[in-house]
Design a protein around this ligand. Structure first.
Ligand SMILES: Cc1ncc(COP(=O)(O)O)c(C=O)c1O
Length: 357
């Protein structure tokens, strides 16, 4: 037998959101926080045009995309680093800090990939429990030791959709030693409507140790192409570039991302529809009697405890795939109106059955 690293036997594999089909053939995938709408025709056209060149390797520096992002956000191109999805950028960050014994702090529960990336890179995971469903920044600051190399702050948090506001975040950043990297994971930034939730790009400014992670997978609807990016001080972006596997961001993804930035207004109108549906779904759930934390992302969170698996199964019977997390709760992505309505009636039926028991 080949000898593999022992961590492969102990780490938990990433569980992707599943699709389910009802007996009548209905299928609504609300398990992966994807955009419910298909790509814009201008983006499909850019992908088709780029397809003619896939016999060539992609531009390893993704020059056009980097320049388009630099223009979009008013930052120097050297502050930008790309990866095959922001999860891969996160992996590049773990690779960048992951000396033996290094500690990485993150909230729990948060994005499921963090523990996996930590285990793979050999760092020690320091998980700080959420308090009232949101990052406990005081406890996270208190968890810093001389071995801490990186802290991930997922804002809005996946899977709870909750946020940390500007004042507490800045207070936290002021406490973090400048040799500890802080990553503001803003995969869901475009869905934020609470003005008190800071845009990480306005925060990293003069801080040498803070950078922002963003993605084209959610609001820009390119989950299937895999492209995400970091914006931060040059040494952090440079570390991400160094740890990138050559040609990781493929040619089609680069072309589609450039086209998406050009069609941003149209895409952001779609985001607006999701935000409106988020409000409608949350209010309907609250009317049904559920407790639903306010979400600033494209999903809602139900803390179901021991009912989690039964709830996911009941939704699956109706053709709705949600994302259960053990005996903690279920995350439900906001889909189109029809999908959301089917989900809401499944949730209502589950509640009625539970109260009849
Ligand atoms: C908080 C957070 N960060 C990063 C990602 C990774 O997204 P992607 O790799 O598709 O860019 C996700 C995806 O679900 C996420 O929820």
């Amino acid at each position: 037998m080949p000898q593999f690293r022992a961590v492969l036997d102990t780490m938990t594999a990433y569980t992707p959101g599943k699709a389910v089909v009802s007996a009548e053939g209905r299928s609504y995938k609300l398990s992966s926080n994807e955009s419910p709408e298909p790509p814009l025709s201008s983006v499909v056209a850019a992908i088709a045009e780029a397809a003619a060149n896939v016999h060539r390797y992609p531009d390893p520096a993704a020059t056009r995309l980097t320049e388009a992002l630099a223009t979009r956000y008013g930052v120097p191109p050297e502050h930008i680093a790309l990866g095959a999805g922001s999860v891969t950028v996160a992996q590049q960050l773990f690779e960048s800090v992951g000396d033996p014994g290094a500690e990485v702090i993150y909230a729990w529960r948060s994005f499921e990939a963090y523990p996996l990336l930590a285990d793979l890179s050999g760092v020690v995971s320091v998980r700080v429990p959420l308090a009232a469903e949101t990052h406990d920044l005081d406890a996270m600051a208190a968890a810093i030791t001389p071995a801490t190399r990186m802290i991930l702050v997922c804002n809005p948090n996946n899977p709870t959709g909750t946020t940390n506001r500007a004042a507490e975040l800045v207070e936290f950043l002021d406490k973090v030693p400048s040799d500890v990297l802080v990553i503001l994971d803003e995969a869901y930034r475009e869905y934020v409507r609470d003005p008190a939730v800071p845009d990480g790009l306005t925060i990293y400014g003069d801080r040498p140790n803070v950078a922002v992670l963003r993605t084209f997978s959610k609001a820009y609807g390119l989950a299937g192409l895999r492209v995400g990016y970091l914006i931060g001080p040059e040494p952090i972006a440079a570390a991400v570039r160094k740890t990138m596997v050559p040609f990781a961001v493929n040619h089609l993804a680069q072309a589609a991302a450039v086209a998406s930035l050009a069609a941003e207004q149209e895409l952001l109108e779609r985001v607006e529809r999701v935000v409106a549906e988020r409000t409608r779904v949350r209010e309907a759930l609250i009317t049904q009697g559920w407790t639903v934390p306010e979400s600033q992302a494209n999903f809602v969170w139900l803390r179901l405890g021991d009912d989690t698996a039964a709830f996911a199964a009941a939704c699956a019977v109706e053709g709705v795939a949600v994302r259960p997390f053990g005996t903690e709760g279920a995350r439900v992505s906001i889909g189109d109106r029809e999908a959301n309505d089917v989900f809401l009636s499944a949730a209502q039926a589950f509640r009625s059955r539970a109260s009849a028991r």
